[in-house]
Write a protein that binds this ligand. Structure first.
Ligand code: SF4
Length: 225
């Protein structure tokens, strides 16, 4: 009873700004989410981030980063990728899930970039969403990282953490995205991705979250934990 009273008090007083400040400190020791890390390493064109995001789908960050670097070193631009066969691309990204399908889509994206856009893929929402294998999550991440256009890329980590904080009460990442877009100031959208992806992966984990050592604990209502 005492615990639920505390939880409801925390829920009533919950401050997203304060929570994100605490998360910023908490995630310092951990690697950044894959696309942010790759952008910092210089892989920051629209084409490069699109390929990296495809590799990251259902693939761990620890795998995504080296696999993306291997592919992008060999094929940093659409014309360079088009020099490779689908088998060669599959081989380069083989540790990523669904490598064959992803390789096929990557070559199609390179073809589109080359034939329609002269080899430079525009960082525009409609262009990205029309590419094979690119859904709203990847498009939003790329628009945010490359274009500096505030977009929330809600993955399972962002979805889980926001629900545990009671900031949203939603059943899917897609629904969480819609609620967050209404509730969170635009200027904070990219920060939410940057911080909550590693936080959800390493601290507020799906199973057995590390609540006892989590710096957000004093203000976290721990909904459903
Ligand atoms: S206290 Fe627990 S539930 Fe709350 S943010 Fe930290 S790890 Fe997640």
């Amino acid at each position: 009873m005492e615990q639920s009273h505390t939880a409801s008090e925390k829920l009533a007083k919950f401050s997203l700004k304060k929570a994100l400040q605490l998360v910023e400190i908490a995630v310092k020791p951990f690697p950044k989410a894959a696309l942010f890390e790759l952008a910092e390493r210089g892989w920051n064109t629209t084409f490069q981030q699109v390929l990296a995001c495809m590799i990251s789908v259902r693939t761990l960050d620890e795998v995504t980063i080296p696999v993306a670097e291997r592919l992008l070193t060999r094929a940093p631009t659409p014309d360079r990728l088009l020099e490779l066969t689908v088998e060669e691309v599959t081989e380069l990204i083989q540790e990523s899930t669904f490598a064959g399908t992803k390789a096929h889509n990557m070559l199609e994206i390179a073809r589109v970039a080359w034939t329609r856009y002269g080899g430079v893929l525009p960082c525009e929402e409609a262009v990205l969403l029309a590419l094979p294998g690119i859904g709203p999550k990847c498009a939003n991440l790329v628009l945010g990282i490359v274009g500096g256009q505030p977009k929330i890329g809600v993955d399972i980590h962002v979805h889980r953490v926001m629900n545990r904080w009671g900031y949203v009460q939603t059943t899917t990442p897609e629904k969480t995205l819609r609620v967050l877009e209404e509730k969170i100031p635009r200027a904070t959208w990219i920060e939410v991705n940057r911080l909550l992806m590693p936080f959800g992966k390493h601290i507020c984990t799906g199973r057995r979250p590390h609540c006892p050592t989590c710096p957000v604990l004093p203000i976290c209502p721990q909904i459903g934990v």
